[in-house]
Ligand binder design. Structure first.
Ligand code: ZN
Length: 111
């Protein structure tokens, strides 16, 4: 297996080179008040892209591209902070205890 290139981390804003993000600054201020843990990774938005091939049978779990998006603290532009690939169960739609549902992909049987 080829070595994964993920996670890909973008330390700096591609527009101005600033390393700080709006969410990080807000989080750190909360941490100083003791409300949150300073070390927790934070980002404003998460974009999840399932790596599912429609030509293949639906698996139990699939790779998920997870993009961490935030705003630059200096120039205010929206930028990608980190991209990683996680493994996620397919069919996350319905809450536990619910059968079926209108969202998400439900695995078909076990065969
Ligand atoms: Zn910037």
């Amino acid at each position: 297996m080829a070595k994964s290139r993920f996670p890909i981390v973008f330390e700096k804003c591609p527009y101005c080179g600033c390393t700080e993000t709006i969410t990080r600054i807000a989080w750190d201020e909360e941490a100083e008040k003791g409300r949150v843990n300073k070390d927790t990774p934070v980002s404003a938005e998460h974009l999840q892209i399932p790596l599912l091939d429609p030509k293949k049978a639906i698996p139990i779990s699939c790779g998920m591209l997870l993009l961490h998006i935030d705003w630059c603290a200096k120039c205010g532009r929206r930028r990608l902070a980190k991209a990683e690939v996680i493994t996620s169960p397919v069919g996350m739609g319905p809450a536990p205890g619910q059968m079926g549902g209108t969202t998400g992909i439900i695995p078909k049987g076990t065969g």
